[in-house]
Write a new protein. Sequence first.
Length: 370
Amino acid sequence: MALAITIVACHPHPSSLIPVPMAKADWQPVTRYLDSALAGGAAPGAVLGVSRDGERFVYGAGQLGADEPVRPGPQTIYDLASLTKVVGLTTAAMLAVEDGKLDLDAPVQRYVPGFGGPGKDRVTVRMLLTHASGLPEWRPLFREATTRAQVFALADSTPLEVEPGTRETYSDIGAIVLTQAIETVFGQRLDSLLQRRVFQPLGMAATGYLPPASWRERIAPTELDPWRGRVLRGEVHDENAAMMDGVSGHAGLFSSAEDLLTFAEWMLGRASGPLLRQFTRRQNLVPGSTRALGWDTPSPQGSSAGSRLSPRSFGHTGFTGTSLWIDPERHLAIVLLSNRVNPTRNNPRWAPVRGQLADLIMATLTEDPR
């Protein structure tokens, strides 16, 4: 078992549930379930990280890849896929708002003049962050472009499917457009911006775009990719991000459970501030949507958050088998990293694991006195 626990001072929990001390908690139901899911083919391996009040529990299970019987652990590096949208792009947007460089309710065209076409003058930055812009979910830009600039141009010219603000459609295209806005207002590429403003100051030494060769042995492989004709390891899995030199707001980040717990603890430290509260509460631009700004919130119908996190929780998932949920009311963060796409993305077994694990973690860490 890969287990790391650090203890700091605790804070009161505004809940009828009584917190169980992390070090005294019985983690066996959690670890047995994860071991069983991996044995059943949900993914080759996974690393679970839990932080509450600065105490950490980290457990690595399974193996690094389908053909690599090395057990992953706290410093194993995974392709985050769409967790990039929140750890990277949304954080950069939050910094831009904080710096007075970005107006959430301004038209996107103020920052990206090439974002043209019918109805696009009414698309705001807030709509991009809440997936309410009217843009389609996806487009195989990597088959149409040969450079990063061409990907941006194609994303900008992609027609809206519906009127802005009338439907939620989770859109990688929108994240690519927002990437341009962020890079424009800061005058630098997203990878260098995040390294300078977030990852380096927080000491997240195993997080970034374009992993160097020295990280290779620690990186979990993803898919035997038919487009590139090889097993991907240290190359972004997402094809559109790959065509963008590996750097985009929708995908491209690599990180470890240890580093993501550090990021989550930083977010928890800012949770009472007005800016983070604005970014992590539901925006209700589209009736019934669970979307905050960039982040998602728990769904009453069940989601990767499970059924026991507080309504103030916020999180996100990634296509490769990653997820992050943060619960400010309980000072809690849950990181779950896997490479469920190794050796193929045609693996549907991972999705239910996330919510079930979240519920088991909550049962482990709380007692109900009723």
